[in-house]
Design a binder for this molecule. Structure first.
Ligand code: ACO
Length: 347
């Protein structure tokens, strides 16, 4: 198995900011309710001319620049999104063209908020099998386009943004430890219909494609599912929760993040939190949080980082990685890392 390393990370959010005070003027809500129940204070919203692929392209250029690579160096582009510009072509193809990554193949992955980890896991397998040496992995969303702005139960939660990383084959490190789970029987707890859904007897399809969810059920599920997924990846690396230096969870709700940290016995400061600034950006949230953690210098040499996420599907999972900046020039050092289980326990 060939090892994988993160050569560069990037993130981008649109300029438009929607605060809780703005939402108070749109629906029957309050800043205090939103902050108390979710931790969210503001979120970014795409301008009319922006799309998932334009946000993704911005984040991708930053990641590529930090990796000091040219677009032609890429073998593959994988984009994760639930809000593609259209049903096809893929966002990945649009980014591949926008970058001028002429050698790269491209496809999208959709696993709702779990999409980025599914895309990253896929990238590690391409590299591990020797089928690709450098893969651009993107999570990007314009959730503002599928939010019902009259539904206070959902519209306060979501935001737009993009995160990207370049994964490259490495001579050191080790194979990733990750788990991906799904329970499609719970699909109706969190869903958004699309234009290709079933028709009624008159041939009419869904009149809207808004996000629908059973918030309290998802809340309970999220805390338990992410906690157990992290335990699984730790167990496969023969580690315990105390070995985690930084937890980078899907940024859906501050209380969910705190619940997972508490269930794992981690102090709150060991969990990366930026949900207050961006809301839930679905598949963009984990790469944006990982990128911001690196920019803030929270990823020291050898730091063990546990990613975990959940979302529509229902789908959930976790990935364990070890951060290393060995041999990386200082100005890029904060956003490069080696993906590897921290300890293979004699394997
Ligand atoms: N402002 C004010 N009041 C509100 C709002 C709002 N924005 N939204 C709901 N309420 C009211 C409800 O109507 C209810 O009122 P009632 O008691 O009079 O009936 C009350 O607040 C409590 O509602 P709950 O839904 O029980 O509140 P809860 O504490 O569960 O918080 C929340 C709701 C924030 C949605 C929470 O359940 C949650 O975060 N769930 C997880 C959501 C999530 O993470 N989704 C992931 C999506 S990921 C993807 O794949 C897209």
């Amino acid at each position: 198995m060939i090892h994988s390393r993160i050569a560069g990370l990037g993130r981008y959010v649109p300029e438009g900011v929607l605060t809780n005070a703005d939402l108070e003027r749109m629906v029957a809500t309050s800043d205090q309710w939103i902050v108390d129940r979710t931790g969210i204070r503001e979120r970014h919203v795409a301008a009319p001319h922006e799309t998932t692929s334009t946000l993704a392209l911005r984040a991708a250029r930053i990641a590529l620049g930090r990796a000091r690579l040219e677009p032609e160096d890429l073998d593959l582009v994988i984009a994760s999104t639930t809000t593609p510009d259209g049903l096809f072509p893929s966002v990945a193809s649009l980014v591949q063209d926008g970058l001028g990554a002429r050698r790269a193949g491209a496809f999208d992955v959709n696993a709702a908020c779990m999409g980025f980890m599914s895309a990253l896991a896929t990238a590690t397998q391409f590299i591990g099998a020797g089928s690709a040496r450098r893969v651009l992995v993107i999570g990007a969303e314009v959730l503002s386009r599928i939010v019902n702005w009259e539904d206070r139960g959902t519209c306060v939660l979501f935001g737009d943004g993009a995160g990207a990383l370049v994964l490259e084959a490495s001579a050191f490190g080790g194979p990733l430890s990750f788990v991906l789970h799904s329970d499609g029987a719970r699909a109706k707890q969190l869903y958004a219909e699309g234009p290709c859904g079933p028709r009624d007897g008159d041939g009419n399809g869904p009149s809207e494609c808004y996000i629908h969810m059973d918030g309290p059920a998802i809340f309970k599920f999220a805390v338990h599912a992410m906690t157990e997924a992290v335990r699984e990846t730790l167990a496969s690396a023969r580690l315990g929760p105390g070995d985690i230096d930084l937890l980078v969870p899907h940024q859906a709700n501050l209380r969910i993040i705190q619940g997972v940290a508490k269930a794992l016995g981690l102090p709150p400061e060991r969990a990366m939190v930026n949900v207050q600034k961006y809301g839930n950006t679905s598949s963009a949230s984990i790469p944006m949080a990982l990128c911001e953690a690196a920019e803030e210098g929270r990823l020291d040499e050898g730091a063990r980082v546990a990613l975990c996420g959940f979302g529509g599907g229902l789908a959930w999972g976790s990935m364990l990685l070890e951060w290393s900046t060995t041999g990386v020039a200082p100005e890029g050092g904060g956003t490069r890392g080696v993906l590897a289980p921290a300890h293979r326990g004699g394997e």
